[in-house]
Structures are given as structure tokens and as C-alpha cells.
Design a protein around this ligand. Structure first.
Ligand code: F55
Length: 839
């Protein structure tokens, strides 16, 4: 513990102990105080949301002690800091998570119940910050939790989108989007820091000049500037004093710029500029795994990167450190290429603003940056038209050209007379219209490049980044993804967590490997019965919700067969549908057939412009409409599409699942993280050898995993051979039946055209090889059905899945990033106990 300074003592006596106490009576008093004085409502007029706000503020008060102490301690000791740069942070609701990590979940629940309030209703009031599309954004959120829990100094830097990922409604079975107005009723978790605002330049031109030491210099003369205002959210570690920061930038107009126009008498022009500036942080682009290629998107990327780097220089200076020490103070991780503009921006700041020479600036840049790749899909590899890039960031384009010249010299030395290689590796694509290639830029500018699962990291080296691997083999490594057990077990599955803790204590929450100690209990009939009872009760709860919200009755004893994730052809939700239609046909042809009763649950958003994905949603809902109402099926099949998949809803789904669908075409899903959340909660996986499925299967045991389908090399080989999907349709009668039934209009009120685009693509192109994997999938699902009918053996497998998932904690991933990439150590924060000193 740090020795308290006189100021500490002075502050501590001024601190209000009412704002730190965590006993039940103090919590109740603080709650009623906040309701009255912060929320400004008497009890008689308060809504559930007012109660939520009063509660959130008392929790925030109790975090500030740690947050301030952490900031003070890092500053004092100039701690080496990880900066995680990400265009997305899919945090999910904060309240429950903060209560868990602070260790006050139970007293707070009790205090609320004693006041006659329903605690779960209060938790449900929070509008989740959905500032991400899916896996990549949620991974960033899990990593912040682990960084704080491992006591690693770190800042998450991103954009405070006014509108996060759209909300999804279903109308007539089709997706319709609504804007996500998450800030409508205020955000109690953030603190705005206007004093640390920074200015960001855009557009204009560059000019050269000689400085007072007669050195040749470049100056960027922008044609507009915007203000970046930081909004900070504390990120509490689990049962430690560390509270790190998520710093999100909001774009605002710079007053002086407004006034310039205003003074010319152009009032509307001034307001227009204000609107244009604020547009930068207005809305999250909803395209998962596909680049938009829009100028505003590049503006967003540059905006948050420039703000963040300028912030780092401010911190460096504030701690009395030299610009030359930048890479000693900070390790920057690029979450995919969205922040890759950090390379030329850091170079510009070092060269133009801080006067370093090229070689030192480049050394610092390379020693600071590391790059994580999240996808092999070509449509997700970012590239910007050179013309657009040069108009918005003229100085950066110059710097990129210079990086490229020097880099291509290196390539020429290592691979003489290899023009094709040079053209592939250039930072500029010149094969047609000219583009800046962001992945190439990230590879050249980083000291380390990683994939997110073992298979993915290997495929990166063999395919999209092969040339870079041949040039820089030492830069490449793997960091298999992980997820935080605090949110994905303790918070979302309290009953299962309590059962585990009752047997092995609670150390597993921080050391997930220790779940292994439960393994012998898989053979204990009593333990299995308890496990099963918990699964049943969680399934009953979800069934109740489905009934209340969608009017559909599902049997909690049926097999809950679940596929929840973004809707994408490579993830193959339509393969799942083909299985459902096959079962449906079999039951219709033989109504006395007994199958394992199943409830198929789907959830997920489609990118608004991705028509095929939207048609896939319509297909699921259309099949559900027929299946759910058909008395012939004797309730053996139900198909539900749960709208608006988000963190909040997913927390109710994973714990209630029996079967986890991880059925992407092998070689296409970089890792997957939902696969981990399911398995931790005791769902068995049906899956391909794709992404992290491979490692999950190794961990839980092949005998506890339902494997099917082509392997990644087989997918490549079959494609090279000239894959003919139509021949599979002709050769497999059940497949033909299923496709013909959909094509007949059976699920679309006789409209045989509705699903034609989807079916034609399967029959004549099938880039994701559903038809090749169909029979293996059907056969494997039959094995699943039989396995589920032996409840005891199923439960045994479920337990083994869960307790063997130790290495998929994001704590393991982050520990590896820290030691192998960031070279940063934990820095425990000793808290001055203000309460004690204050007496
Ligand atoms: C979002 C926007 C663009 Cl322009 C491109 C990609 C994305 C995006 O959300 N990608 C994404 O989520 N990728 C996923 O990352 C996860 C975390 O590493 C992986 O588990 C998953 O396999 C991968 O698809």
C-alpha cells in the first residue's frame, strides 16, 4: 500500500464515507439519496428507470475510489501501459458486471429487495452500449475485463458512437432496423473530460518549409478541424483494486471554426459545419466482415486514432518522459486494420510535430505497434481509394509512399527480380484503380502480427499474409481468443457458478484452469442430477420468456439446439435450416415417427445491405411459421427466431442451451467466441474443424464433441477439383426433398420465387459448400439426437465440456499477449484506504 501523502489525508477527511460503504443499510440510504438528489425524483413519482439510475450512481461512487487510486498510482510510477485501439467495444450492460467485479452483488441485491424492488427488473433497465458488430467488438470488451483483472495498466481507445448497432425487429418475418438510441436517458457510467479534448485535422494540403535549424520540414495545412472529446468509463478488475479506463472519443465542432464562418454572416454555414463535425462519431457502421469503403468511415478511423495518439503524447509529457521513450511507455494493439492509420499518424506526430528524424520515428513506430488479424475473408480486407485517401489525409499518403519506397527496397533485396511479389506486397494496389492496402500497412508497421486461433494463424501464413510471412517469419504468432468467465459464467449463469463454487471454492473465477478439479464429479450421479436440474431451470426460464414475448410454447425438456451469431453465408444458418426441413419432411411423411424433440433457436443480425442474409432470416421465420403450427408434428419440433440479438439477450441464451451450432465452412471462421461461451455453460458442440472449434475439441475430448464436415484442406482441394453442388442435389434424395420443398413455395404461401436467389446460389455456386457437407451434418445430428436421449450420459459430457474449458478464459489470452507481444507486467494498485484515514 502506498504511504498516504498529506494531500491524501486531506482528501480522505473530505470524502464522504456514505459514498464508499457497502453494508446493506448504507446502500439503501445512498440509493434513496441518489433518487432524490441526483435523479431528482420522489419515490412516489419514480419509475423503474429512475431506480436503476439511483442504483447505478451508487455503484459508480463505489468504483471511484479504485479508479482515482489507479490513475494516481499509474501516473506516479509511470507504469508501462497497453493501449488497445479498437473501432468497436461491445461492452454489454455494466451494472451487473461491476457488482460482480466489486464483490457487492449480493448485498446490493438484498438491499434492493428489502426496499421492495425487483432486482432483475432494475438490471434490465440498462440500455446496453452496443458499440460493436459482433465477435471483434465483444473480444475487445472481454480483453478489457481481463486486463483489469490481471492488474495490467491499460486503456481501451475507441469511438463514442451516438448510435450503436441497430436494433432489430421482425416484421412479417423480415428484419427491420431501428436506430439504437442508447444515450437517450443518460449514461451513468461515463465521465466526460473536456479538459483533455484534442483537435483533429482533416483535408487540405501539405507544404514544405525550413525550420530555424535549417532542416527541411513538412507542414499539413488542413481545410477543417474537429474536436475530440474524451468520455471515460471505469473498467473494474475482478476482486482487485485496479480500475482501468475505456476512453471513447466524441466528435464536436471547434468553436473558432464556427465563428470564422459566422462572422462572414453565414449563420447556416456555421451550423452546417457543426453538424458535419458531429457526424464523425454519429453511428457505428453495421457491416460485419465487410468494408463499407465510405469516406465517413475513414474519417472515423482517423479521428479516433489521432485523438488517442495525441492523448498518449499528453500523458507521456505529463509524466516527464521524453518523446523518444514513447515505445517504452506504450504498447499499442491494433484490433484489426480499422486503426491501422495509427502507423502514418504516429510517424507524422513524431516527424512533423516532435521533430524526430525518419529512422528514429520509424523505429519507435515499429516497436510500439502490433496487429491482430480477425478474418481471412477477402471482402473484409480494408483498402481505400488513393484519391479519397489523399484528399482526406494528404500528409499521411506522403508518409505511406515513403514507408512503401523503403519497404519495397527491402523486398527487392530479399527477393530480387520478383515483380509479381513486389506488386502483391506494395502498400498500394495498382492493379486497376489505385488503393491503399491497410493490412499491408499494418504488417509492415508492426513488430508482431497475430491470428486469433491456431488454425487461423496457420492459414494467415499460407494465404492472405503469405508474402509477409516469407519476409518477416519472426513477426508471426498465434493468440487464441478467450472470453471472460466473469460475464459469461458468474453473471449470466449464477446457479451453475454457485454449484461449482460449492464444490471447489471460487478461485476458478480468476483461474479458470482450476475448473478441472470438478472433473471427477462428472462420474458422481448426485452432482449430475444437480447440474441437470440447473440446466432445466434455466431452460424453463428461457421457455417462459419465449412464451411471453412470442406466444410460442416450447418444451423445456426438448433439446435446445441453438445458433446465435451474425447472419452470414459462411456461418451457414441455412445448413441448419436444411436439417430442420429434412426432419419436417420425415415427420410429415411418417407422422408416427418418434424423434428426439427439439427446439431450434436462432438469433442474430444481418447487415442492412446484405440481402442474402436478410433472406436467410426470412427463411428461418417462414419455416418456423409452418413447423410451429403443424399438429402432425406432435410438438416434436419448434423453430424460434429471437429478435435483436445483443449481449443482454445472449446472456439468457448461452446458459439455456444444450447444443451449440458452430457449423461454418472449414477455413472461414477465424476463431469464434460464442463457441467458447456455450461450452463453458455446458452445451455440447456440433461443429466443423474451423477456427477455435479445433482447439475446443482437443480440450474437451473428441468423444464429447460432435464433429462433421470437410476439413479446411479438403474444402480447398474440392474447390480446386471443380466443385459441382448440383451433383450433390442429384445424388442425395433427402437433400433434394428439402430443397424442392422450399422451392415449391411450401413455406412461402405458394410463392416459389421468394427463396429462389438463396436456392439458386446453393445449387449453382455454393461458395460455402453446404451441399457437400449436408449429409455429414444430417448424420451427425442423428447421433446428437440419440445421445440426448440418454440424459445421464449427456449430462456427463456437458460437465466435461464446461470444466475442460479453462484455457478459453480471456485471462489466458491476455497473459499471453502481455508476455509475448506487449512485454508488460502486472502493476498491482495498493489503495490508500481513505475511509480508514478519514476515521
Ligand atoms: C467489423 C467490421 C469490419 Cl469492416 C470488418 C470486420 C468486422 C467484424 O466485426 N469482424 C469480426 O467480428 N470478426 C470476428 O472476430 C472474432 C474475434 O476475433 C472471431 O472470433 C470471429 O471468428 C471473427 O469473424
Amino acid at each position: 500500500m502506498d504511504t498516504p501523502s498529506p494531500v491524501d489525508v486531506a482528501v480522505s477527511t473530505a470524502l464522504d464515507k456514505e459514498r464508499t460503504a457497502t453494508d446493506i443499510e448504507s446502500i439503501k440510504r445512498a440509493f434513496l439519496n441518489n433518487l432524490f438528489y441526483v435523479q431528482g425524483k420522489p419515490v412516489s413519482l419514480a419509475t423503474q428507470h429512475d431506480y436503476y439510475m439511483a442504483l447505478a450512481y451508487l455503484v459508480r461512487d463505489r468504483m471511484l475510489h479504485r479508479w482515482n487510486g489507479t490513475a494516481e498510482s499509474y501516473t506516479q510510477h509511470r507504469a508501462r501501459t497497453v493501449c488497445y485501439l479498437s473501432a468497436e467495444f461491445l461492452m454489454g450492460p455494466h451494472l451487473g458486471n461491476n457488482l460482480i467485479n466489486m464483490g457487492i452483488y449480493e448485498p446490493v441485491r438484498q438491499a434492493m429487495e428489502e426496499l421492495g424492488l425487483n432486482f432483475d427488473t432494475l438490471l434490465a433497465q440498462e440500455e446496453e452500449p452496443g458499440l460493436g458488430n459482433g465477435g471483434l467488438g465483444r473480444l475487445a470488451a472481454c480483453y478489457l475485463d481481463s486486463l483489469a483483472s490481471l492488474e495490467v495498466p491499460s486503456v481501451g481507445y475507441g469511438i463514442r458512437y451516438e448510435f450503436g448497432i441497430f436494433e432489430q425487429d421482425l416484421r412479417d418475418g423480415w428484419q427491420v432496423e431501428r436506430t439504437d438510441k442508447w444515450l437517450r436517458y443518460g449514461n451513468p457510467w461515463e465521465v466526460v473530460r473536456p479538459e483533455w479534448s484534442v483537435e483533429v485535422k482533416l483535408g487540405g494540403y501539405t507544404e514544405t518549409y525550413t525550420d530555424d535549424q535549417d532542416r527541411y520540414r513538412v507542414r499539413w495545412v488542413p481545410d477543417r478541424e474537429v474536436l475530440g472529446v474524451p468520455y471515460d468509463t471505469p473498467i473494474l478488475g475482478y476482486q482487485v483494486n485496479t480500475a482501468n479506463t475505456l476512453r471513447l472519443w466524441k466528435a464536436e465542432a471547434i468553436e473558432s471554426f464556427d465563428f470564422a464562418v459566422f462572422n462572414q454572416g453565414n449563420y447556416y454555414g456555421a451550423v452546417e459545419q457543426k453538424v458535419a463535425s458531429e457526424n464523425i462519431s454519429k453511428v457505428l457502421y453495421p457491416n460485419d466482415e465487410k468494408t463499407a469503403g465510405k469516406q465517413l468511415r475513414l474519417e472515423q478511423q482517423f479521428f479516433f486514432v489521432s485523438c488517442s495518439l495525441q492523448d498518449m503524447f499528453r500523458i507521456l509529457k505529463g509524466q516527464g518522459m521524453a518523446v523518444e521513450q514513447f515505445h517504452e511507455k506504450f504498447a499499442i494493439q491494433l484490433n484489426d486494420t480499422h486503426p491501422a492509420i495509427a502507423a502514418p499518424e504516429l510517424m507524422r506526430l513524431l516527424l512533423d510535430e516532435h521533430g524526430l528524424d525518419w529512422s528514429l520515428a520509424w523505429e519507435i513506430t515499429q516497436k510500439t505497434l502490433a496487429y491482430t488479424n480477425h478474418t481471412l475473408l477477402p471482402e473484409a480486407l480494408e483498402k481505400w481509394p488513393v484519391s479519397l485517401f489523399g484528399q482526406l489525409l494528404p500528409r499521411h499518403l506522403q508518409i505511406i509512399y515513403e514507408i512503401n519506397n523503403r519497404f519495397l527496397d527491402l523486398v527487392r533485396m530479399k527477393f530480387p527480380k520478383d515483380a509479381a511479389r513486389l506488386a502483391r506486397m506494395s502498400l498500394i494496389d495498382e492493379s486497376g484503380d489505385r488503393y491503399v492496402r491497410m493490412a499491408n500497412l499494418a504488417c509492415v508497421s508492426s513488430h508482431t502480427i497475430n491470428g486469433v486461433a491456431a488454425l487461423h494463424s496457420e492459414l494467415l501464413k499460407e494465404t492472405v499474409l503469405r508474402d509477409f510471412y516469407e519476409l518477416f517469419p519472426e513477426k508471426f504468432c498465434n493468440k487464441t481468443n478467450g472470453v471472460t468467465p466473469r460475464r459469461w459464467m458468474v453473471l449470466s449463469n449464477p446457479r451453475l457458478s454457485t454449484l461449482i463454487t460449492s464444490r471447489i471454492g471460487d478461485r476458478w473465477i480468476k483461474h479458470l484452469d482450476e475448473l478441472k478439479a470438478i472433473e471427477p464429479l462428472a462420474d458422481d450421479a448426485g452432482f449430475r442430477a444437480e447440474w441437470r436440474a440447473i440446466k432445466q431451470s434455466v431452460k424453463r426460464e428461457l421457455a417462459g420468456r419465449i412464451h411471453r414475448q412470442h406466444g410460442i410454447l416450447v418444451d423445456p425438456a426438448s433439446l435446445f439446439d441453438v445458433q446465435v451469431k451474425r447472419i452470414h453465408e459462411y456461418k451457414r444458418q441455412h445448413l441448419n435450416v436444411l436439417h430442420i426441413v429434412t426432419l419436417y419432411s420425415q415427420l410429415k411423411q411418417n407422422p408416427s415417427l418418434d424423434i428426439t424433440p427439439r427446439t431450434f433457436i436462432f438469433s442474430g443480425k444481418a447487415a442492412p445491405g446484405y440481402h442474402m442474409a436478410k433472406l436467410m432470416i426470412k427463411l428461418v421465420t417462414a419455416v418456423g411459421d409452418m413447423v410451429n403450427r403443424d399438429p402432425d408434428l406432435r410438438n416434436q419440433l419448434k423453430v424460434i427466431f429471437l429478435p435483436n440479438y445483443n449481449v443482454t439477450n445472449s446472456q439468457r441464451i448461452y446458459p439455456a442451451s444444450d447444443l451449440s451450432e458452430q457449423i461454418s465452412t472449414a477455413g472461414f471462421e477465424a476463431s469464434g467466441t460464442g463457441n467458447m461461451k456455450f461450452a463453458m455453460n455446458g452445451a455440447l458442440t456440433i461443429g466443423t474443424l474451423d477456427g477455435a472449434n479445433v482447439e475446443i475439441r482437443d480440450a474437451v475430448g473428441a468423444e464429447n464433441f460432435f464433429l462433421f464436415g470437410l476439413t479446411a484442406p479438403e474444402v480447398v482441394a474440392l474447390k480446386a477439383d471443380g466443385y459441382d453442388p448440383y451433383s450433390y442435389y442429384q445424388r442425395h434424395p433427402m437433400l433434394k426433398d428439402a430443397i424442392d420443398l422450399i422451392a415449391s413455395g411450401h413455406f412461402s404461401h405458394g410463392d416459389g420465387d421468394l427463396f429462389k436467389p438463396l436456392l439458386d446460389k446453393l445449387l449453382y455456386h455454393d461458395p460455402f459448400m453446404l451441399l457437400a457437407d449436408y449429409q455429414a451434418y444430417i448424420d451427425c445430428q442423428e447421433t446428437v439426437g440419440r445421445a440426448y436421449s440418454d440424459a445421464d450420459s449427456w449430462t456427463r459430457m456437458a460437465i466435461l465440456n464446461s470444466v475442460r474449458m479453462g484455457s478459453f478464459s480471456s485471462d489466458r489470452s491476455i497473459a499471453e499477449y502481455c508476455s509475448d507481444i506487449w512485454k508488460v507486467n502486472p502493476f498491482p494498485v495498493g489503495l490508500v484506504d481513505y475511509g480508514e484515514i478519514g476515521g
